[in-house]
Design a protein around this ligand. Structure first.
Ligand SMILES: Cc1cc2nc3c(=O)[nH]c(=O)nc-3n(C[C@H](O)[C@H](O)[C@H](O)COP(=O)(O)OP(=O)(O)OC[C@H]3O[C@@H](n4cnc5c(N)ncnc54)[C@H](O)[C@@H]3O)c2cc1C
Length: 472
C-alpha cells in the first residue's frame, strides 16, 4: 500500500541509523525484524506497512533533532502513540521512520485551582484521568481504548467517547500544545487560558490533524470537577426505529444526557453470549441513557429519560440504582467490540456519522448493504451524537469476503454522506479513508488542506499518504 504520488524518498541507510542512535541512544532505535514487524500494523485489520526503522525519542529536543534530520534527508516520519487507531493512521506506507512517543510519559502538573493538567503526550488517557481523580477532578474524554491510548493519540485524532453529547470531545478540553514542526522548530500554541483569541487557532488545527502537521509533545488539558453522582438506565425496543424516535424524544423532553448509546440486536446477542449481562435477547435494539451531576438532578433526569423511552414504545426500562450498577450496564456498550470479535477471525470496526434523526435510517441502509454484499455487520454507537460504529465480522477464508467487506464499507461511507453525514465521527481519516475525503469536503477544501500541510511540512515528510497528501 505504498503511495505512488511521492517523489523519491531519502534512504534510511546505515549513516542515517547511526545518526538516529546518536540522537536518542542506541537502545531506542530498532531495526530488527521483530520490532519492525510489530510496528507494521495498528488496530486497523485490513492494512499493514513496514517502516525501515522504529525510533523512540525521550524528549522534545530529541523529537526535534529526528525531524530535522528527516526533513534534511527527505525521510518519511510516522508519529505513533499506542497504535490503537482504527484508520491506518500510524502505518508507514512509504517506509522510513515510525516515531513512537510512548517514552514521553510524564504528568507534569495537575492544578485544581486552574482546573487543568499538563502532560507529556505518551501518558495514557486512563493515567491522566486517574491523577485528575485523585484531586476530585474529571478528565472528560473517554475513548473505549483509554487504558492503552495515549493523550497524544487522542489529541491527534480528536478522540470522542461516551460523553460526547453533553461534554464534547477531546478538542473541547485542549487548552494548549507544545509541538515540533517537521522542520524541527518547537512551537507552543494556546496555553493555560480559557479565553485567548490571539492569532489563528493552531491548537484547534493541530487537534485532529492525525500527525500530518506536527508532532505533539506536551498538552495542557482542561479538567472539570468530578460529578457527585453518575447513573445509567437501559431501555429495550422492538426495533431500532423505535429507539431512534426515543433518542429524539429524550432530547425534545429537555434532558441533555451524559450518555446515550445504542446497540442493535446483533450486538445485544453477541454481548450477551460474551458477558452474560442479562440483556433482553429478543429486543430489536437497546438504548443506554445516563446522566451525571448532583444526585437529585441525576435521579430526576433518569426518571424523565425513562418516561421518554416508555412513550416511544420501550418494552422494558431498568434504572441502575448506583454507580456500580451503572458501570455494569455500561459494560454492555464497552464490550461490544470484543464480543463481536469472537464471532470471526477479522473484525472491522467502522465509524460514520449522520444527523441524529437519521440514525435508524442509516442502520437500515447498513443492513441492506451488508445483505447485498453477503457479509455480516452489527452496529452500535453514540446515539446522542449520531456517531455509528458498523462492525463487519469477516472470515477471510471465505472466498472473496475481504473484497466484499471493502466494497460494503465504501457503500456505507456513501450512504452516510447521502444522509448528510460524515465518513468519520471520531476515529479519523488516516490512510483508510483518504480516498473518500474529497467526497466529504469537496475539491476546494481538500486543496486548501494540502496548502496548509505544505506550510507546516514543506518536504512532505510527516505521515505521508494521510490527510493533506494527494489521494492514492
Ligand atoms: C477497542 C478500541 C476502542 C476504541 N474506542 C474509541 C472511542 O471510543 N473513541 C475514539 O475516538 N476512538 C476510539 N478508538 C480508536 C483509538 O483508540 C483512538 O483513535 C486513539 O485516540 C488513538 O490513540 P493512540 O495513542 O493509540 O494513537 P495512535 O493510534 O498511535 O495514533 C493515532 C494517530 O495520531 C497520530 N499521533 C499519535 N501520537 C501523536 C503525537 N504525539 N503527535 C502527533 N501525532 C500523533 C498518529 O500519527 C496517528 O495518525 C478505539 C480503538 C480501539 C482499538
Amino acid at each position: 500500500m505504498r503511495s505512488d504520488h511521492s517523489a523519491e524518498w531519502g534512504a534510511v541507510d546505515d549513516g542515517v541509523v547511526e545518526k538516529l542512535r546518536g540522537i536518542v541512544g542506541p537502545e531506542h532505535v530498532k531495526t530488527d525484524d521483530g520490532a519492525v514487524a510489530a510496528f507494521s500494523r495498528d488496530a486497523t485489520p485490513l492494512f499493514a506497512a513496514r517502516p525501515d526503522v522504529v525510533v523512540l525519542p525521550g524528549s522534545t529536543a530529541e523529537v526535534a533533532a529526528v525531524l530535522r534530520l528527516a526533513t534534511e534527508r527527505r525521510i518519511p516520519v510516522t508519529p505513533r502513540g499506542a497504535g490503537s487507531n482504527l484508520a491506518a493512521g500510524t502505518l508507514a506506507q512509504d517506509g522510513g521512520i515510525v516515531l513512537v512517543l510512548t517514552r514521553l510519559d510524564r504528568i507534569l502538573e495537575v492544578d485544581a485551582d486552574e482546573l487543568l493538567a499538563v502532560v507529556q503526550t505518551g501518558v495514557t488517557t486512563t493515567e491522566l484521568a486517574a491523577v485528575a481523580a485523585q484531586q476530585g477532578l474529571l478528565y472528560v474524554p473517554d475513548p473505549g481504548s483509554k487504558t492503552v491510548s495515549t493523550v497524544g493519540g487522542n489529541v491527534a485524532t480528536c478522540a470522542g467517547g461516551l460523553r460526547g453529547l453533553k461534554y464534547g470531545v477531546t478538542r473541547n478540553y485542549v487548552l494548549g500544545l507544545e509541538a515540533v514542526l517537521p522542520t524541527g522548530e518547537i512551537i507552543r500554541t494556546g496555553g493555560r487560558l480559557w479565553k485567548d483569541v490571539a492569532g489563528y487557532d493552531l491548537t484547534r488545527l493541530l487537534t485532529g490533524s492525525e500527525g500530518t502537521l506536527a508532532v505533539v509533545t506536551e498538552v495542557t488539558v482542561a479538567l472539570v470537577p468530578a460529578p457527585a453522582d453518575s447513573r445509567t438506565g437501559v431501555a429495550y425496543f422492538p426495533a431500532l426505529a423505535d429507539a431512534g424516535r426515543a433518542v429524539a424524544r429524550v432530547i425534545a423532553d429537555g434532558v441533555v444526557p451524559a450518555t446515550l448509546e445504542f446497540l442493535d440486536t446483533k450486538c445485544i446477542n453477541a454481548v450477551e453470549d460474551f458477558a452474560g449481562l442479562g440483556l433482553d435477547r429478543t429486543a430489536g435494539a437497546l438504548l443506554l441513557f445516563g446522566d451525571d451531576g448532583d444526585p437529585d438532578t441525576v435521579a430526576r433526569n433518569l426518571e424523565r429519560m425513562a418516561q421518554s423511552c416508555a412513550k416511544e414504545g420501550a418494552t422494558g426500562v431498568t434504572l441502575a440504582q448506583d454507580v456500580a450498577a451503572s458501570e455494569a450496564l455500561l459494560t454492555a456498550r464497552r464490550c461490544s467490540l470484543p464480543a463481536l470479535a469472537r464471532l470471526a477471525p477479522v473484525t472491522v470496526l467502522e465509524d460514520v456519522g449522520v444527523p441524529r434523526p437519521r440514525i435508524a435510517e442509516m442502520v437500515g441502509r447498513i443492513d441492506e448493504i451488508a445483505d447485498r454484499h453477503g457479509i455480516s455487520v452489527a452496529t452500535f454507537g453514540h446515539a446522542g451524537d449520531g456517531n455509528l460504529h458498523p462492525t463487519a465480522v469477516v472470515d477471510p477464508s471465505d472466498d472473496g469476503a475481504i473484497e466484499r467487506t471493502k466494497a460494503a464499507i465504501g457503500d456505507i461511507f456513501s450512504a452516510a454522506l447521502e444522509l448528510g453525514g460524515t465518513i468519520t465521527g471520531e476515529h479519523g481519516v488516516g490512510a483508510a479513508k483518504l480516498p473518500w475525503l474529497a467526497d466529504r469536503l469537496g475539491a476546494d477544501q481538500v486543496a486548501l488542506l494540502s496548502r496548509i500541510k505544505a506550510a507546516f511540512d514543506p518536504a512532505g515528510i510527516l505521515n505521508p499518504g494521510k490527510t493533506g497528501s494527494p489521494f492514492p
